[in-house]
Design a protein around this ligand. Structure first.
Ligand SMILES: *[C@@H]1O[C@H](CO)[C@@H](O)[C@H](O)[C@H]1NC(C)=O
Ligand SMILES: *[C@@H]1O[C@H](CO)[C@@H](O)[C@H](O)[C@H]1NC(C)=O
Ligand SMILES: *[C@@H]1O[C@H](CO)[C@@H](O)[C@H](O)[C@H]1NC(C)=O
Length: 414
């Protein structure tokens, strides 16, 4: 079980601390190997999918060439099983020589040349979850220096084979404070105030799997604990409900739309773990939906909440956005047929006025007076998601500013 607290710092700003390190002012976006590729190291028989530099180069090419980067998906993150079983003669971690013959610095350069960023993985215990060398307290300094030398942009720090005391101590990450690249910790330390002071990003619930029941259980946990979790989030410090599995095998189209919508409401990091070489058009259009990305990346960085749980199985989620706009998600737990849910903006606590609402998946717009009843038809395990303009602001359309984003450079949202 990976339980992670993800601490980030940047090689350029290593001396400062996460919360005000100027990083991750909006949730980070990119691609992460773990859910889809796990610890597949069989490059002989599964060369296209094994954990090797080729996999990361392939994904970098797709991010760069297929329109992902411009939308903010800039991180390419290595997870477990990248390293050699042995440290080198100087005690430094080294990648598996057969699977990463070019070494990590060359991979980092390949990404940086394309405006992308590289993430890497370690573990504060004796071993990583996959049994590779760990970064115990006595190794933090040298590993931080190694990752910094390699120009790694993000470090995910897992908690397998460590005890609570080691986690507590490692969370101080002195070595990283002085030397390290961005870091991302995975562990069970749950003082969110403290987490927000030492990391940009943390994960403290089980690994996501490629199934609807997994996505739903994670969403349920996060919204059941929203009173604790939501206040902990904000620019530079994010709760991480784990990767997007959209484009894999386990989710239907409706469920894929639901994961994207709920992750946007949660101000979650958007790390896809899928095969960008073969992804379907449907999955791509969900993951590349500009209006949902703009909601996820809203600069206020307020994590949204579940505001209603109806007996009918409909749940309503709300996230305040900048410019007095907001996002609403109507989600159905039902398994029978599309449900016609009737409500009004007044019932959802919107104050007096007229609002322009845009369905983020269909693009349809409507103008609603606060007290006017409306009906949304929500498919089983699916969502209807709206961008709601500020009262009276009936012309503003968030897609406009997204289209105006530069098409080169780093994450345009940061
Ligand atoms: C949580 O961490 C903060 C900051 O380090 C500290 O002030 C506070 O006392 C901690 N809370 C608990 C319950 O330990
Ligand atoms: C948001 O609404 C408040 C209260 O109605 C108003 O004072 C403020 O000017 C509005 N801000 C923007 C950016 O429209
Ligand atoms: C509306 O606001 C009231 C008062 O703050 C609160 O009790 C209620 O839960 C809110 N309802 C929704 C749907 O947000």
């Amino acid at each position: 079980m990976h339980l992670a607290v993800l601490v980030f710092a940047s090689a350029a700003t290593m001396a400062t601390y996460a919360l005000d390190n100027g990083l991750m002012r909006t949730p980070p976006m990119g691609w992460l190997a773990w859910e889809r590729y796990r610890c597949d190291i069989d490059c002989k028989y599964d060369p296209k999918n094994c954990i090797s530099e080729n996999l990361f180069i392939d994904m970098a090419d797709r991010l760069f060439e297929d329109g992902w980067k411009e939308l903010g998906y800039v991180y390419v993150n290595i997870d477990d099983c990248w390293s050699s079983m042995e440290r080198d003669k100087d005690g430094r971690l080294q990648p598996d020589p057969n699977r990463f013959p070019g070494g990590i610095p060359r991979l980092a350069r390949y990404l940086h040349d394309r405006g992308l960023k590289l993430g890497i993985y370690g573990d504060m215990g004796t071993h990583t979850c996959g049994g590779y060398p760990g970064t115990t307290l006595d190794k933090i300094e040298i590993d931080a220096q190694t990752f910094a030398d390699w120009e790694v942009d993000m470090f995910k720090f897992d908690g397998c084979y460590s005890n609570a005391l080691e986690q507590e101590l490692s969370s101080n990450v002195k070595g990283f404070e002085r030397n390290g690249p961005p870091h991302w910790l995975l562990m069970q330390l749950v003082n969110y105030t403290k987490l927000g002071q030492i990391c940009n990003l943390w994960r403290n619930y089980g690994d996501i799997q490629d199934s609807w029941s997994s996505v739903l259980s994670i969403a349920d946990w996060f919204f059941e604990n929203q009173d604790v979790l939501a206040p902990a989030a904000g620019p530079g410090r994010w709760n991480d409900p784990d990767m997007l599995v959209i484009g894999d095998f386990g989710l239907s189209l409706e469920q894929s739309r639901s994961q994207m919508a709920l992750w946007a409401i949660m101000a979650a990091p958007l790390f896809m773990s899928n095969d960008l070489r073969t992804i379907s058009g449907e999955a791509r259009s969900i993951l590349q939906n500009k209006m949902i990305i703009s909601i996820n990346q809203d600069p206020l960085g307020i994590q949204g909440r579940r505001i209603l749980k109806e007996k009918s199985g409909i749940e309503v989620f709300w996230r305040p956005l900048s410019d007095n706009a907001s996002a609403l998600v109507f989600f159905s737990r039902r398994t029978d047929m599309p449900y016609r849910y009737k409500t009004s903006l007044t019932k959802l606590n919107y104050t007096t006025g007229s609002y322009k609402v845009t369905d983020v998946y269909t693009g349809q717009t409507d103008v609603l007076k606060d007290s006017t009843d409306f009906v949304v038809s929500v498919n089983p395990t699916g969502v209807v998601m709206w961008y709601v303009s500020a009262p009276g602001k009936l012309r503003y359309h968030p897609i406009l500013w997204l289209d105006a984003l530069p098409s080169v450079g780093g994450n345009p949202f940061q």
